[in-house]
Design a protein around this ligand. Structure first.
Ligand SMILES: O=C(O)CCC(=O)C(=O)O
Ligand SMILES: [Fe+2]
Length: 341
């Protein structure tokens, strides 16, 4: 379990100084801004997203969806069929996709990248149940999942206030300077891959986030989420990715998030949108698309198989979930054999 040793450096003082912004990203691998995004817009987005979660049965009936009071009997996470059943409808919220294009975010990342940037088509939100801490996002570098180019930036922001007990992100400043992908191993939690804590320095930064506070970091910066220790509140956050034009983008970033886990596509996402402006917006660009690298996913799977053979209950849970989600898949077939199901 990591220990947070300090707070993220607030970079609002460098807001209008792109070369200082780039210097800090180079040195520290992240930038943290107070109030970069408009609180009212985020609260309106929160309402849109949590209303869908209420309809999906995840929130306590009769409460105000905006309060995000979870029915903890519904606990589930990425990889669970029950999660994708509701997630796909949150994924279809038009304002959620628009938020990835808000000019306050895009223009800041353009300062970092020193030129125009492409918001990745794949927009990501995390809907994290309270007291489900075995499934907290483990330590990782984003490159193992999002690939394409190292010069890809993640923008993480809670949709609403996110005090430490609700589980904001924590990161190791300067960890991107290794300039390579570190070893990742099987883990529960988003992405199912983790860097060992001892492979990193012991400086971990995090703090309370208010709605609007925004953390932008490099694809090699090691980070994890803190556990959602709240009594009953769901944690809702955005983590979208951006890159300069003229460098490769990985093919999986052109698909809706978690559509690899369930049967939905852009047409399902777009079904009830009012505007056509953002539909397939990336197709107007001549993008260099790189094939998904399967290496890390395969390592995680083989480790989960070996751990399950040794009686590890987390690994068994992971494989059982995979078999339930996609019984015909190649890995599921091997897993089912091992599990005897
Ligand atoms: O929000 C989370 O728990 C995971 C987010 C994350 O890893 C990211 O933004 O890259
Ligand atoms: Fe990440």
């Amino acid at each position: 379990m990591i220990q947070v040793t300090g707070e993220l450096r607030v970079s609002n003082d460098a807001f209008d100084d792109p070369s200082e912004i780039r210097r800090r990203m180079d040195q520290e691998g992240y930038l943290f801004f107070k109030g970069l995004q408009d609180k009212d817009k985020l609260m309106s987005l929160r309402k849109d997203m949590l209303t869908v979660m209420m309809e999906g049965g995840w929130l306590v009936a009769g409460t105000d969806p905006v309060d995000g009071i979870a029915d903890i009997t519904k606990q589930c996470t990425e990889g669970d069929v029950a999660y994708t059943d509701v997630y796909r409808h949150v994924q279809a919220v038009e304002s959620f996709h628009q938020s990835g294009h808000w000019p306050e975010v895009v223009s800041m990342i353009e300062k970092i990248a020193d030129g125009p940037v492409l918001p990745h088509p794949q927009k990501i939100t995390r809907l994290w149940f309270p007291k489900y801490t075995d499934h907290t996002t483990p330590i990782h570098q984003d490159f193992v999942h999002f690939q394409g180019s190292f010069d890809t930036y993640t923008c993480w922001a809670p949709v609403g206030d996110c005090p430490t007990e609700l589980g904001p992100l924590a990161l190791v400043p300067g960890s991107h300077k290794v300039d390579k992908v570190l070893d990742h191993h099987f883990s529960l939690g988003a992405g199912s891959l983790a860097i060992l804590e001892e492979d990193l320095g012991d400086q971990w930064l995090s703090n309370d986030f208010e709605a609007g506070d925004t953390l932008i970091f490099h694809s090699l910066t090691a980070h994890q989420a803190l556990p959602n220790l709240s009594e009953d509140r769901v944690r809702v956050s955005l983590d979208n990715r951006y890159q300069a034009f003229g460098i490769p983008i990985a093919e999986q970033m052109l698909t809706p998030h978690l559509s690899n886990f369930a049967d939905f596509d852009w047409e399902d996402v777009y079904a009830n949108w009012e505007s056509d402006e953002l539909k397939y917006y990336w197709k107007q660009y001549d993008l260099e698309v790189s094939a998904k690298i399967e290496t890390w996913g395969r390592i995680g799977f083989e480790e989960a198989m070996a751990l399950t053979r040794d009686g590890d209950t987390n690994a068994r849970h992971h494989l059982e979930r995979m078999v339930k989600r996609d019984p015909e898949g190649e890995q599921s077939v091997s897993a089912a054999k091992l599990l005897g199901v």
